[in-house]
Every structure is written in structure tokens, then in C-alpha cells.
Design a protein around this ligand. Structure first.
Ligand code: CU
Ligand code: CU
Length: 316
């Protein structure tokens, strides 16, 4: 009798927990198709061209954004007009390196699915031989795996931006030098030197924008081939750093946070609400900052309402 009662009680308790835990967001399947391309891209604000290797023609590749629990249904096409094999390695995928991530020859394609099980911000990149060259030439991007819901620990931001840093090696063929970390002349942010910094490059036309007091969330990916990044907001302090972008890994009040090669983290900054300010978001490693890794964030009341929202989180 006692056992029976306990049984009924636990069933009711389980039912209640199950009901309250039903997520508002249901897992979905997200189809993503990319094309490996060997094409010239512009790598600075004055129009210098570089013989890149890309996903869909641009450095970095598109932002893939899914919700924790979603299935990613992915296809990579490598047209027969390309000279090289290419591949994709999603850091958000838990699969078989020898199968899903295998190189795809020109004229072939690769299809696979994976479940994005862990919320965070992740790099994706080409892993075909020699990997150092495929990354240095531009085959990388980010996949953001949003948690199922916002929370006190991970509040909804007012604006979001993606920043991906990489090293620029003008001699695109010399992968032996890339391995030795020799010959890189500049740092790229989202594929361009001083992409969002009109202070250091008068040809720059874009900056990040927010209104004073807004919570700005930056998804930062280190796509360098050899160098860690010391990520710092000049004239500000990171309100929160989510290590690897996971809401479970939160740090508060951080001046500079290290992001390893092929790592990523999410950074929240909240500027003073009572007056306009500017931040310069840098890799405080001087050899990178002064060669291109500076991004201006303007906090002003007339900030463009479209920037840092929807499809405008990676500014091209
Ligand atoms: Cu490649
Ligand atoms: Cu990797």
C-alpha cells in the first residue's frame, strides 16, 4: 500500500516536471548547403584582391545559426572547376572525423547530418590538406548554437555582432611559411584589415553601433592559424564572458580574455547609459592590433536601429 502511494505520487511529480519542462522551442532540422569556391576576394578597405579559397565566395563563410537540439542537415558541393579538395569541420558536431569531415574532391559533394547538442559559439573550417593553407586562405566561419531560452544567467541582448579574426599571409602558396608562422603581414577581422576602424584606416566605412546602455553581445572566433588572441574592449570592461559561448560558463567583469586558436567565446559589453561613448575592441596582442585587429564600437543615441540585429550581425 505504502509502495503504491509512493508510486502514484512520483508519477504525478514526474508529470508536473515534464509539463513545466516542455520547451517553447521545438527541435527543428536546419538545411545548409555550401559551395567550396576558389575565387579572388577583397581583403582591405582600398580594394586589394587576394586569391582566396572560400565557402560561397566570401571570407568568412556565412553565419550558421541554430538552436540547441536542432538537427543540421548539411551539404558541401565542390564544383569540378576547382583545383583542390575541400571539406568542412563543424566544431559544433560530434561525429566521425574520417567520415563526415573527410575531404571532398572536385566534382563531388558530401552530405551529413548532426545534432547541435551543446549551446555555444563554434568555428567551422576546411580541414583538407594542408589544413593550414585552407584556413589561412579563408575557409572558415561560425556556427552559433543558441540555448533554448534566455535566462537571468544569459539575458537577451539588445544587439549582436560576429567578429572573426584571422592572420593574413599574402603569399597564399607558401604553406610551409604559414606552418612556421612566417610571412603574415596583417590581421583580418571578418576578412578585412581594419574592417571596422576608420580611426586607423581612413578608407574604412563601417563601424559597429549601439545605443548608450544597450547590452551588446559579441560572438568572437579566433580563426588564426597560430596565434592566440587577447580580446579586450578599450575604454570598457566585459560585463560578462561566456566561455565557448555556453550560458553555463559565465565570467563577470573581465578586462581581457584569452581565446585560443580555433576557439571562440561570447562577450557582453554594456556602455554607460547617460552619455555617448566609443570602444575600440582589440586583440591586445600588439602585433595583431596594429596590423588590423581593431574594431570600433560607437555607442550613441542615433545608432542605426538595423545594425546588430537579424541578418546584420556579420557586417559585410
Ligand atoms: Cu578547403
Ligand atoms: Cu578545427
Amino acid at each position: 500500500m505504502k509502495l503504491f502511494k509512493t508510486g502514484i505520487l512520483s508519477c504525478a511529480a514526474v508529470a508536473m516536471i515534464a509539463c513545466s519542462a516542455v520547451p517553447a522551442v521545438f527541435a527543428k532540422t536546419v538545411k545548409v548547403t555550401m559551395k567550396a569556391m576558389e575565387n579572388d576576394v577583397v581583403i582591405d578597405n582600398k580594394g586589394t584582391k587576394y586569391p582566396a579559397w572560400t565557402y560561397d565566395g566570401a571570407i568568412p563563410g556565412r553565419v550558421v545559426r541554430v538552436t540547441e537540439g536542432d538537427i543540421v542537415d548539411f551539404t558541401l558541393n565542390n564544383p569540378k572547376t576547382n583545383k583542390n579538395s575541400h571539406s568542412i569541420d563543424f566544431h559544433a558536431a560530434e561525429v566521425d572525423v574520417l567520415n563526415e569531415f573527410a575531404a571532398v574532391k572536385p566534382g563531388e559533394s558530401k552530405h551529413f547530418i548532426f545534432k547541435a547538442r551543446r549551446a555555444g559559439v563554434y568555428m567551422y573550417h576546411c580541414g583538407a590538406n594542408p589544413m593550414v593553407q585552407h584556413i589561412a586562405r579563408g575557409m572558415y566561419g561560425t556556427i552559433i548554437v543558441d540555448p533554448k531560452r534566455y535566462s537571468k544567467a544569459y539575458p537577451k541582448p539588445d544587439r549582436e555582432y560576429v567578429l572573426i579574426q584571422s592572420q593574413y599571409f599574402p603569399d597564399a602558396e607558401n604553406y610551409a611559411a604559414m606552418l612556421e608562422n612566417k610571412g603574415w603581414t596583417n590581421a583580418l577581422i571578418n576578412g578585412k584589415i581594419f574592417n571596422y576602424d576608420p580611426v586607423h584606416d581612413p578608407n574604412a566605412t563601417k563601424v559597429l553601433m549601439a545605443k548608450p546602455g544597450e547590452r551588446v553581445r559579441i560572438f568572437f572566433i579566433n580563426a588564426n592559424v597560430n596565434m592566440p588572441v587577447a580580446f579586450h574592449p578599450i575604454a570598457g570592461i566585459w560585463d560578462r564572458v561566456y566561455v565557448n559561448g555556453s550560458p553555463k560558463n559565465v565570467l563577470y567583469d573581465v578586462q581581457t580574455y584569452g581565446v585560443p586558436v580555433a576557439g571562440a567565446s561570447t562577450f557582453d559589453i554594456v556602455s554607460p547609459a547617460d552619455h555617448a561613448t566609443n570602444n575600440a575592441i582589440v586583440d591586445h596582442t600588439m602585433s595583431a592590433a596594429l596590423r588590423g585587429a581593431i574594431t570600433v564600437l560607437m555607442n550613441r543615441p542615433d545608432a542605426d536601429p538595423k545594425l546588430g540585429k537579424g541578418d546584420n550581425i556579420l557586417l559585410r
